[in-house]
Design a binder for this molecule. Structure first.
Ligand SMILES: [Zn+2]
Length: 94
């Protein structure tokens, strides 16, 4: 357990809230302890929707990146990583 957030970008998904097209989705590690103390690990997919998430400043930064660049590009991926981290931190705390 090193606290690193491993992010896989997933494309071509639709929003489960409004059925619109997602800007991106990230698969993030997810683990929780059951009542008996057994630890269950897996992953879950967090979608970023330009409509449903527009009120979130952290999501807006990620949306702005994809609006500007279209996709994750090697020369600017550092900017994306910062924005994604902020967004995921917020998304997974809920
Ligand atoms: Zn949506």
């Amino acid at each position: 357990m090193n606290g690193e957030c491993e992010v896989d970008l997933v494309s071509d998904l639709t929003c489960h809230r409004c059925a619109g097209e997602l800007v991106c989705a990230a698969r993030v590690p997810h683990s929780f302890a059951r009542a008996d103390g057994h630890r269950v690990t897996g992953s879950r997919t967090v979608g970023l929707c330009p409509r449903c998430d527009r009120d979130s400043p952290a999501a807006a930064a990620v949306i702005a990146y994809f609006t500007a660049h279209g996709t994750a590009r090697a020369d600017t991926v550092g900017d994306l990583a910062v924005a994604l981290r902020a967004w995921l931190t917020q998304s997974t705390v809920e």
